[in-house]
Design a binder for this molecule. Structure first.
Ligand SMILES: [Zn+2]
Length: 83
């Protein structure tokens, strides 16, 4: 019995987004995900998960705003700043 078409087995595949190197030190960029506390979540209009990108070398990140809603958005922000 195949489960290939079962929605229960659907896997959300993260698209591969290539990140530019850090604009400050040229280090490797790495996506990261942050979760807020419940209190913060209310303040942030119900979003409790935010995505960002940070440099593994110098710690530069895409803060500025409160993180991005999706990993793609975070990567886009990072790449825009890095270019
Ligand atoms: Zn860096």
């Amino acid at each position: 019995m195949s489960t290939e078409n079962s929605p229960l087995f659907a896997v959300r595949v993260e698209p591969v987004v290539s990140l530019l190197p850090c604009p400050f030190c040229g280090g490797e960029a790495r996506p990261n995900t942050m979760r807020t506390s419940d209190k913060e979540m209310i303040r942030l209009n119900g979003r409790d998960t935010f995505h960002g990108v940070n440099c593994v070398m110098c710690g530069a990140d895409t803060r500025g705003l409160l993180g991005s809603a999706t990993p793609e958005q975070a990567a886009e922000r990072w790449n825009r700043r890095a270019s």
